[in-house]
Design a protein around this ligand. Structure first.
Ligand SMILES: NC(=O)c1ccc[n+]([C@@H]2O[C@H](COP(=O)([O-])OP(=O)(O)OC[C@H]3O[C@@H](n4cnc5c(N)ncnc54)[C@H](O)[C@@H]3O)[C@@H](O)[C@H]2O)c1
Length: 437
């Protein structure tokens, strides 16, 4: 059995590496030649814990990395894991997946097997039946359900725990018609993930499950952020104790209840926007989802107004941003709130210095020499008038008076409450804490 994986980003390269390390015959395909070369040399193009190790294990087995699509011609399973970004109006941009699907279709013409194509990319309900299936049938001159299988197989992994999530998913969703292809897919997933629930449904429900998942997670974050704003007005109140306690209720669950600067990253913001857009064109006013987005946007506005309250005019003020990655243990800055914050502060002519243990290179690609990059936290804080902890990197939990002593104005905004328990000689503001009178 041979498996092809199209698109070697976070989802695709993780799946490729995990399956190859287990000894499966894998071909990983990406249009980016430079990326393919790196991967072939055992180097991951992005930081994800454990990924490089697993990739290198896979490369010693039956893994081929290529930009040549013809290698999928003898594959039994083809996973599609290309990006589905957003248009400026928030709707989903299907151009990348359409292109990848067209090329797969052209190659299907020559495929002597009857492969199963599984779409892992997040796509808005109806995309499989209205967009992907017609392209595949037209380009290949073959029939879905007869000459090839087509299955929606949304992905739920989280960056920073992508390997674990790929090895041990909480569920496998298979959407499509009840054909022999579906039976075959169920069999391989049962072998790969024994004891994991496999949900078999139709395409549109599978597509919607992914949006339901992400919009619920975003709702939890906006919920706790709204409560954290209320807590800030209650002297002595602590959002973490509240989150921890309500999280013990099994009906609520403890995850995604960390108050902070708002949700970011490559998935939640774009998926919520795409669902809002889809609801609107379907004639549904997505009141709750709109509120989730509005609360999220307000978190950033709140941070800026707190900085302005203390520093007044921001022109030429030195501000340090600790953490630009959208979460710890990744170098991904796509839709990171820290990046949005820096853009806003630059507009106000502030002088920005950043520090991030992993995301410095990616941040430099956006800002070039418009901001300063400090290799150490001490350097980042030196002569600064305001420090903002944006990402919950472990090393920021260790900060002490020593690191803050060379700030010219010791004003610290802790968006993650990592320093709450420290006795610091600084003017300290933490999201979600009510200042004691
Ligand atoms: N990143 C996540 O945490 C995550 C989690 C769950 C689901 N998803 C979804 O999975 C999909 C992929 O996300 P990602 O973050 O891995 O994307 P990504 O942007 O990191 O990677 C996509 C890859 O596809 C390649 N590519 C683009 N066009 C191609 C083509 N025609 N042929 C072959 N390769 C091509 C790109 O070069 C890139 O390497 C998206 O739909 C996303 O919403 C992402």
């Amino acid at each position: 059995m041979k498996i092809g994986i199209i698109g070697l980003g976070f989802v695709g390269l993780t799946l490729t590496s995990v399956l190859a390390s287990k000894g499966y015959d894998i071909v990983g395909i990406d249009i980016d030649n430079e990326k393919c070369n790196k991967i072939n040399n055992g180097i991951s193009p992005f930081f994800e814990p454990e990924l490089e190790n697993i990739l290198q294990k896979g490369l010693k087995k039956k893994l081929k990395i290529e930009s040549n699509f013809s290698l999928i011609n003898d594959c039994d399973f083809i996973f599609v894991t290309v990006g589905t970004p957003q248009n400026t109006n928030g709707s989903i941009d299907l151009s990348i997946i359409k292109k990848a699907i067209s090329t797969i279709g052209e190659n299907l013409l020559k495929n002597k097997k009857k492969p199963i194509i599984l779409i892992k990319s997040t796509v808005i309900p109806g995309t499989m039946e209205r967009v992907i299936l017609p392209i595949l049938e037209k380009k290949s001159n073959k029939k879905a359900g007869k000459d090839f299988g087509l299955i929606s197989n949304p992905e739920f992994l989280q960056e920073s725990s992508a390997i674990r999530d790929t090895k041990f998913p909480h569920a496998v969703v298979l959407g499509g018609n009840q054909t022999v292809f579906m039976k075959k897919a169920k069999k391989i997933f049962t072998k790969l993930h024994p004891n994991v629930p496999i949900i078999i449904t139709n395409h549109q429900t599978a597509e919607m499950i992914k949006y339901a998942n992400n919009s619920f997670l975003a709702t939890k974050i906006s919920f706790i952020n709204q409560l954290s704003n209320i807590c800030q007005k209650i002297p002595g109140a602590n959002i973490d104790d509240i989150a921890k306690t309500i999280g013990l209720d099994p009906r609520i669950g403890k995850l995604f209840l960390n108050a902070g600067p708002g949700y970011g990253g490559s998935c939640l913001p774009k998926d919520i926007k795409a669902l809002i857009n889809f609801a609107n064109i379907s004639g549904i006013n997505p009141t709750l989802l709109n509120a989730v987005e509005e609360i999220n946007a307000k978190q950033l506005k709140q941070i800026i107004s707190i900085i302005k309250e203390r520093l007044e005019d921001l022109a030429s003020k030195r501000i340090t941003i600790l953490g630009t990655a959208f979460k710890p243990d990744t170098d991904d800055i796509r839709d990171s709130i820290a990046i949005k914050l820096i853009k806003k502060l630059l507009k106000k002519k502030a002088k920005i210095t950043i520090h991030d243990p992993k995301a410095m290179k990616n941040t430099k690609k956006i800002f070039g020499d418009k901001i300063n990059y400090a290799k150490t936290v001490e350097n980042a804080l030196s002569k600064s008038q305001c420090a903002i902890i944006m990402t919950q990197w472990k090393q920021y939990e260790k900060l002490n008076n020593n690191e803050f002593k060379y700030m010219t104005k010791k004003f610290v905004i802790d968006c993650r409450r990592v320093l709450v328990k420290k006795q610091l000689d600084v003017d300290y503001f933490a999201i979600g804490l009510g200042k004691k009178n």
